[in-house]
Design a protein around this ligand. Sequence first.
Ligand SMILES: [Zn+2]
Length: 467
Amino acid sequence: MGRIFLVWLLRTCGCIALLSACAWAEAADWIWSARYVITMDAERRVIEHGAVAIRADSIVAAGSKSEIDRRYQPKQRLDRPDALIAPGLINTHTHAPMVLLRGIADDLRLQEWLEKYIFPAEARNVTPEFVRWGTRLACLEMLLSGTTTFTDMYYFEDVIAETAKECGMRGVLGETIIGFPSPDAKTPADSLRLTETFMQRFRGDPLITMAPAPHAIFTNSDETLKQARALADRYSAPLLIHLSETKRENDETLAKRGRTPTAALDALGVLSGRTVAAHAVWVDDADLNILRERRVGVAHCPSSNMKLASGAAPVAKMLTLNIAIGLGTDGPAGSNNDLNLFEEMDLASKLQKLVTSDPQALPARQALEMATIGGARALGLDKQTGSLEPGKRADLITVRLDRPNAVPLYDVYSQMVYALKGSDVQDVMVNGRIVVRDAQPLTIDQNQVLAKAREFGRKVAESLKAK
Ligand SMILES: [Zn+2]
């Protein structure tokens, strides 16, 4: 009798223990696990045999797989024992629809490239439909290579926002404001009005931040620049601008205004709110101080700067000043010609080593920081994305570690920046929604987009033949 009671007692207690364990396990929508989790959190934790728990649009925990499995009961899971998990990559500067002009003319000086090819091709081809299909192609390329957030400057930016949402990407999207007639506005005043309409329309959107994007200091009047700043401030949005990309821009601004582009923009008050400046190649120490004091985010675009022979931005110096720097692909028509942030990480690091003659300049971890949390800081999105931490939006990727270029592995940062490729990306989640699984896009019809892009390519080529 005593023995039967003991067995009964043990069974009951066992059931209670099991029930309690289930009751304690919190609900989650997803658990993603992998051989390594690169968190990019404040301690820069890399967790071997790690996992991330996701509920709705957010990360609820990142830790060891055993701990996460104990604490969370997921509806779905993705286990990748031969991959790593990293934050989704952040492209801080591009012109997405220009993928449809990819490689239209290469190996030219910027002015000749713009005047002979880009401006005529844009004038004859850029319509809302061109922008929509171009953005679909760009989002496809970005998502498949691990980019979850992109920063854009183009025309018909509302169409870009609609398309980014449809593809499930996060975007900081700047409507271009420029001092001559553009594909969607006759005057800068029209552009400003259009920008405000877009900002109103997408206000509070979980994926989209709309922004004014005055093209540069030398293509806008002082009055337009000031109005763009005021508009950005009214909507607590960033202002996007090209800054000191070429020596010519600097020389001409100095001759005209007696100030560098950075000092001139600062004198106009343009840098007094959140600003994302693309390139910042030709900046001196005084400029760097202004960028630091005004907390301007910098979008460093190494491929573009090298391809157009613009120069090398003093990135190592910017980092010592704690200026927020992200990476951008720029392009993709002729200044890159792709949207692959793995290449930008690799080139950013190598370019700094070359120009400083110091192999320790911009080590792998710093390059990955620029592509993730640094980019988020530059955009003012670091509370939302850029690292894998509880409370942040679930923007994450897995990258395969079972390809020839991935073995053996001694250091995950070094592997990520110098050895892995965009094509090694396997799965992508943005804002809690899985958008790429097993290297297949789930939100974009790949065959249809490629066919349409080829069709646009033929039209563009035809349009350039017509005089
Ligand atoms: Zn650009």
